[in-house]
Design a protein around this ligand. Structure first.
Ligand code: ADP
Ligand code: X15
Length: 404
């Protein structure tokens, strides 16, 4: 029983400020549709159908990254999923935003600009500090209630997530409610047999942080993606070269070097690293190399190799439960999808309890013709879901609970 209020507790026809998580992959400046849009569309549609004036906040990317773009395209994609127009204003809380909010009638939907374009959104600070920002103080008086639907961002202590619940009556949206219930129930489950966790993706810092907390619950960690290469680097393999436009390795290595070395040392029998890796050859084709043959850090690796996929599939077949967090390679490029898809296929074919998490990773299921029905839970949350598995409380959820 979640100790937060939901949309069932809210009287129809009010003015609501709603936080979604529409953080999406961006390819060549184009925002890519993904499961977050159609999941959040349910909450937005319900509120509009109930005659609320619905103002949406969301973030996209991180400042300095290629994915840090305006939410203008998000408004159009969301409108297709909601089946209603979604207006957009390129302002977070200034005069243009306030004026657009005032013009909004019941049943209409407006998306504000990327919350991370507001300086006060990002630094992680206490909710009481965030509640005092100009951002919160300017927007809150325009509304009767605040709804947080962004479970997948609930591990971040940012103004739009933890400040508003102190300034307005706060409610959980439908995605927040279902993800919270599913992930909390999963975290409480116990398994008799082997529990395996597939760890990949780009946000190595998020996963490395929780690996130590999960070492009692997880028998085998199968590594790939950027996290996998950082572990290989710690094992003295010269890997971890960035492809253009991405700065994934050096900063995360500096941040996590000690923890990675500690994990490798302490839990070495539980940690499984790639045996081979894939790269793009001179002709633009996929090629593979055994990890033991890598002599220099002279190329970017974009997937785990076929021997690794076979080894990881064997672990999956012997597991009672498999948890996936992050892709094993750059699966959006078909040439480098073998690792991610191979492991997902092995999970789908095996009768184990399975959870796949992450906005990006869950997208691979759809892209490569797999069925969500073959997994017990597909979460649109990545970092939040693995933290929930450790039993850690999520600051965005706590803010909703304490606001009531
Ligand atoms: N070796 C790699 N090089 C570049 N990108 C990678 C690599 N391996 C995985 N990725 C990328 O990781 C992304 C998923 O990362 P992340 O955001 O951590 O996971 P999620 O969104 O599933 O939580 C995918 O979009 C994939 O392209
Ligand atoms: O996409 C998100 O996290 P995820 O990739 O762990 O699922 C959330 O929107 C949080 O984004 P952030 O990790 O840039 O704070």
């Amino acid at each position: 029983m979640p100790a937060f209020k939901t949309l069932d507790d809210l009287d129809d026809g009010q003015r609501v400020l709603v936080r979604l998580d529409l953080n999406s992959p961006v390819e060549d400046g184009q925002v890519q549709d993904n499961r977050r849009f159609d999941r959040h569309a349910e909450t937005v549609r319900e509120l509009a159908d109930r005659d609320f004036a619905v103002v949406l906040m969301a973030h996209q990317g991180r400042p300095g990254r290629d994915t840090f773009v305006s939410l203008e395209q998000h408004a159009d994609i969301l409108a297709d999923h909601v089946g209603r127009p979604v207006q957009f204003v390129p302002d977070t809380f200034g005069d243009r935003a306030i004026s657009a909010i005032n013009d909004l009638d019941g049943g209409e939907v407006l998306l504000l600009e990327n919350t991370r374009m507001c300086d006060e959104e990002l630094p992680e600070e206490e909710p009481t500090v965030k509640a005092e920002t100009e951002f919160v103080r300017a927007l809150a008086p325009e509304f009767d209630a605040y709804v947080n639907d962004a479970y997948s961002a609930a591990h971040r202590s940012h103004a739009s997530l933890v400040g508003f619940p102190l300034a307005l009556p706060a409610y959980a949206g439908r995605v927040m409610e279902t993800e919270y219930e599913a992930n909390t129930a999963i975290a409480e489950r116990e398994f008799d047999g082997n529990v395996t966790m597939v760890v990949g993706g780009t946000k190595a810092t998020d996963v490395i942080d929780v690996m130590t907390a999960l070492e009692d619950k997880v028998n085998d960690f199968l590594l790939g993606g950027i996290a996998g290469e950082l572990f290989l680097r710690a094992a003295d393999v010269p890997v971890g070269r960035d492809i253009e436009g991405m700065d994934l390795f050096d900063e995360q290595w500096e941040e996590n070097e000690e923890t990675i070395e500690h994990i490798l040392d302490e839990y070495q029998t539980q940690i499984h690293l790639a045996l081979d890796l894939a790269f793009e050859d001179e002709d633009g084709e996929r090629d593979e190399i055994e990890v033991e043959d890598i002599a220099e850090k002279d190329r970017a690796f974009l997937d785990v190799g076929s021997n690794t996929v076979s080894e990881y599939a064997a672990f999956v077949e012997n597991s009672e439960a498999v948890f996936v967090k992050g892709a094993l390679g750059l699966f959006e490029d078909e040439r480098f999808a073998d690792g991610t898809v191979g492991v997902l296929e092995a999970i789908a074919e095996t009768d184990c309890f399975s959870v796949v998490g992450g906005g990006d990773t869950s997208r691979a299921i759809e892209m490569y013709g797999l069925s969500e029905d073959d997994f017990d839970h597909v979460s649109i949350a990545g970092g939040a879901y693995i933290r929930a598995l450790t039993g850690e409380r999520l600051v965005g959820v706590e803010a909703l609970q304490s606001g009531n």
